[in-house]
Ligand binder design. Structure first.
Ligand code: SAM
Ligand code: SF4
Length: 473
């Protein structure tokens, strides 16, 4: 008789990389007979996969743990055990402090150690808490179960149409505001063969699009099968050869690592979608220098020009920080000017928030809260108007939509345009997983609405542009 299944509830905060990591933790736990559940009430294990980028990140985790306390107590009274594990970047940054402040936490585990999660939980069960925040010598990707491996799901079954795949982790850039180099460690790239076989397994499970992930993904330099270090451009070209894979994307990129070869990939690889997340952070050279971004606002403008020359329909997304220490009104105006010059399809913007342990957190000239709030408001109004205009320009156009899943209403499906816009359409469910031409008829706040431009074509639409790769100087 097989062992009764235990249940796990995983709550994920932050970036796509955390979403990917949560899936991999679920894979590791599936091997240990855990089954995912949608709420913490009856779970045997609750994992909080945390993010340390946003303001008051650690405080939010402590509040969440506080909310779990009565559930854990109720489980104890019912003769069950509920384990609580804190994972992710807050776990890495806070370590033992978490169990000192919240003794009901059984395990604290950093992002590099997820393959060790069962052992950490077992240690905790024997009289916890167990804390694992070292950067281990072995590579977690060598030890995590294979996606689509027999223990997890058979080929062809139930994978996402658009899948995340981590190719690079960590960062050596040390921007003066950012915790990532401390919480995710030094930059490391996965070998090409490992990535290709993971991509092939995703495709076998139904993926038609893969988003390559990395904190600094365009610095990718993984070992190739020929013994050489491969660039991201070369990796993308190799992945483009996978039959059945129709779309490729990657995020997040640093402008300094946007090589001529990678720009050329946007020109040459038909499967590489015309949408790029390229954070600028600020438009002021003085602030960019203080942030240690190591490029100027004009360098960024020139880069955008090259990218658009290579791929004229490229849409840009970005990240901006307002109220970085020392930012004056005129520095902020430079940011507004950069945004106006570039024109974004979509962008994220944040108030600077001091992250303990980063150089900028100790700067004396912190900007007052209300000033940050006013600047953020102004910047977001501009970004919002650009996004609205970008979406409005789709009205009446026919765009290729990768249909991903059923929508909320019966008969409705949801997909994505090449520019990552959510598109809703009424169409038969058997076109999920195919690319269809959709005529855009209405523009909503968060989605475009359309209908099939011609009766649903069975099978997959071909990539529209030929693939070859060269370099742009
Ligand atoms: N690697 C990317 C890059 O080079 O821009 C950024 C990754 S970071 C995880 C995501 C975004 O969070 C950053 O681009 C930045 O805009 C924002 N961010 C990071 N630290 C921040 C801080 N201390 N305060 C406000 N926003 C921050
Ligand atoms: Fe953080 Fe990105 Fe800078 Fe690395 S490049 S330190 S991840 S903001």
């Amino acid at each position: 008789m097989s062992e009764a299944k235990k249940t796990v509830f995983i709550k994920t905060y932050g970036c796509q990389m955390n979403v990917y990591d949560s899936t991999r933790m679920a894979d590791v736990l599936a091997r240990e007979n855990y089954r995912p559940v949608g709420s913490p009430e009856t779970a045997d294990l609750v994992v909080l996969n945390t993010c340390h980028i946003r303001e008051k990140a650690a405080e939010k985790v402590y509040s969440e743990v506080g909310r779990l306390k009565p559930l854990k107590e109720r489980a104890r009274q019912a003769g069950r055990t509920m384990q609580i594990a804190v994972a992710g970047c807050v776990a890495q940054a806070e370590g033992e402090e978490i169990v000192a402040r919240a003794p009901i936490v059984d395990a604290v585990i950093g992002p590099q150690s997820y393959h060790r999660l069962p052992a950490v939980l077992a240690r905790a069960a024997q009289g916890g808490p167990a804390i694992e925040t070292d950067f281990p010598d072995e590579d977690k990707f060598d030890h995590l179960p294979r996606i689509g491996g027999a223990a997890i799901a058979p080929a062809g079954a139930g994978g996402p149409v658009s899948a995340f795949l981590t190719v690079q982790e960590g960062c050596d850039k040390f921007c003066s505001f950012c915790v990532v180099p401390y919480t995710r460690g030094a930059e490391a790239s996965r070998p090409v063969a490992q990535i290709v076989s993971e991509a092939e397994r995703h495709v076998a499970r139904g993926a038609r699009e893969i988003m390559l992930l990395g904190q600094n993904v365009n610095a990718y330099h993984g070992a190739g099968p020929d013994g050489e270090d491969w660039s991201l451009a070369r990796l993308l070209a190799r992945l483009s050869e996978i039959s059945g894979l129709e779309r490729l994307r990657y995020t997040t990129s640093h402008p300094l690592d946007m090589s001529g070869e990678l720009i050329a990939a946007h020109r040459d690889l038909g499967k590489l979608m015309p949408y790029l997340h390229l954070p600028a952070q600020s438009g002021s050279d003085r602030i960019l220098a203080a942030m240690k971004r190591r490029h100027s606002a004009d360098d960024y403008r020139r880069l955008v020009e090259k990218l658009r020359k290579a791929r004229p329909d490229l849409a840009l997304s970005g990240d901006f920080i307002v109220g970085f220490p020392g930012e004056s009104d005129s520095d902020f105006e430079e940011t507004m000017r950069l945004v106006a010059d570039v024109g974004y399809a979509q962008a994220y913007s944040f108030k600077y928030s001091p992250r303990p342990g980063t150089p900028a957190a100790d700067a004396a000239d912190q900007v007052a809260g209300p000033v940050k709030a006013a600047r953020l408001h102004e910047l977001q109004a501009l970004l919002h108007s650009q996004q609205t205009a970008f979406n409005a320009a789709m009205q009446g156009r026919t765009v290729d939509v990768l249909v991903e899943k059923p929508g909320r209403k019966p008969g409705q499906l949801v997909g994505r345009s090449p520019w990552l816009q959510a598109v809703q359409l009424d169409a038969p469910a058997d076109i999920v997983g195919t690319i269809q031409p959709v005529r855009i008829e209405a523009i909503g706040a968060n989605s475009l609405f359309g209908s099939l431009a011609r009766p649903a074509a069975a099978g997959r639409a071909p990539a529209r542009r030929p693939d070859s790769i060269g370099a742009i100087a």
